[in-house]
Ligand binder design. Structure first.
Ligand code: NAD
Length: 420
């Protein structure tokens, strides 16, 4: 199979993970490419009128991985490094994630190669609306439902919903999740990924016989996932000692005051320069001695260069694809470290996105308590299934989670058969 369209470090990594699991599960060769390759992808040129009167063209993508179980689902990323290959890798992980937690979706992902921080609000809105317009043939509540990811937020989702609805001639809240609650968003969606990470950290601590009180955590990435995970873990009694973002990191072994940090981030848009801590780099943060390490930024952060140097007991992967297969091989020799793999650890986001979509389709909305209750039940089930398989077969938590997800998609494809 020629992979050149998607060839990129992240796509190669997703394929490598898939191939290892497919070998272990003895999936027939003939079925592998069908499971692995994204069903379809759309590349679009997005022309945007800039504030200075010029027109700039941005490249945008949407990739849908499989359509076997229902519509596709996945976030939209606005980041300068977005490529179709990175987006394709993220769709594969979304597919295994949705299957692992039992959602009736295939994976999707989208993105625009741009730096949202360098755009004015008006430019960002025009970019989002034009990108949405270009995606209209492939998105919709029964086709493909976007959500927030790196560099996008509730406001961006509101613009997507508005643009799509204007084309349809009526409000279509179910076209996108992670919207403001007023427009049909779900209570608890904004917090879902970070709270899910914190819930699974507490379950992993139970498994390891560790106490939350006085335990320490380091978090790479202080956006939606990292910041909510920090607050939720602090509520459990865990001390957050190091935090970083794209501009650098901060460290205070006595614990970082999150309220003060949030005020600092609101005014400076970065954790850098926070007065009650020492500066550290992102590289240093990853190898800081702590109980819980949470990568919550981008892919391929834990690599063969630093995996042997990690000084934590739990890695909770808030980000998608933060650990390379080479790093996994090193971690396999370090049984003292418990990994909560990405497709399990950050699945709270897509689970509550699913709840949001269900509520939109029914026009019947749930309380935050109901949402959280249902979220934790699905997370608990997926955690126990993964842990049990990992113990039964003596395989890593990542291998177990991927095996469960890939098997369900494989079984569904086998049941539906091959047309014609
Ligand atoms: P976000 O844009 O809200 O925050 C990203 C954070 O990462 C920011 O603090 C940014 O400064 C930081 N960052 C960017 N580049 C970095 C670098 N090179 N080094 C260190 N920090 C860097 O994004 P988010 O929604 O919090 O997503 C973070 C990760 O979680 C991504 O991998 C995303 O795919 C994954 N994820 C997000 C959700 C969700 O619901 N938002 C759900 C599942 C998974």
């Amino acid at each position: 199979m020629n992979l050149h369209l998607y060839d990129s470090p992240s796509f190669r990594m997703a394929c490598q993970q898939f191939d290892l699991v497919a070998d272990f599960m003895e999936i027939p060769e003939a079925a592998r490419d069908r499971l692995k390759m994204p069903k379809r992808s759309l590349s679009v040129a997005v022309p945007v009128r800039m504030d200075d009167g010029s027109t700039q063209v941005f490249m945008g993508y949407r990739v849908q991985h499989h359509l076997t179980l229902g519509p596709t689902k996945g976030g939209i990323r606005f980041h300068p490094d977005v490529t179709v290959g990175e987006v394709a890798a993220l769709t594969m992980w979304m597919s295994w994630k949705c299957a692992l937690v039992g959602l009736p979706y295939g994976g999707a992902k989208g993105g625009v190669a741009c730096d949202p921080r360098a755009l004015s609000n008006g430019e960002l809105e025009r970019l989002t609306r034009r990108y949405t317009q270009e995606l209209i043939p492939v998105i919709g509540p029964q086709m493909d439902i976007p959500a927030p990811d790196v560099g996008t937020n509730e406001q961006v989702m509101a613009w997507i919903m508005d643009t799509y609805s204007l084309q349809m001639g009526h409000a279509v809240p179910g076209v996108v999740t992670g919207k403001p609650v007023l427009l049909g968003g779900s209570l608890g969606r904004r917090e879902a990924t970070g709270r899910g990470v914190a819930y699974l950290v507490s379950r992993a601590m139970d498994t390891m016989g560790m106490q939350a009180q006085g335990a320490t955590a380091a978090i790479q990435g202080y956006g939606n996932v990292g910041s909510v995970a920090a607050v939720s873990m602090a509520k459990q009694g865990i001390k957050i000692i190091a935090i970083s973002d794209a501009f650098g990191g901060i460290h205070n072994p006595n614990g970082i005051d999150l309220n003060k940090l949030d005020a600092h981030v609101s005014s400076t848009r970065s954790v850098v320069g926070f007065p009650d801590a020492e500066p550290i780099t992102n590289e240093q943060l990853l190898i800081t001695p702590c109980d819980i390490l949470i990568p919550a930024a981008l892919e391929r952060q834990i690599t063969e260069a630093n995996a042997a140097k990690l000084q934590c007991r739990i890695i909770a992967e808030g980000a998608n694809g933060p650990t390379t297969p080479e790093a996994d091989a090193i971690l396999a020799q370090r049984p003292e470290i418990f990994v909560i793999p990405d497709i399990l650890c950050n699945s709270g986001g897509v689970i509550v996105s699913y709840f949001e979509w269900v509520q939109d389709l029914q026009s019947f909305f749930w309380s935050e308590g109901e949402v959280m209750d249902k979220l934790y039940r699905l997370l608990e089930q997926a955690y126990m299934q993964t842990l049990n398989l990992s113990r039964k077969k003596n395989i890593s938590m990542r291998f177990a989670a991927l095996s469960l997800g890939i098997k369900r998609v494989h079984d569904a494809k086998t049941l539906r058969g091959l047309y014609p």
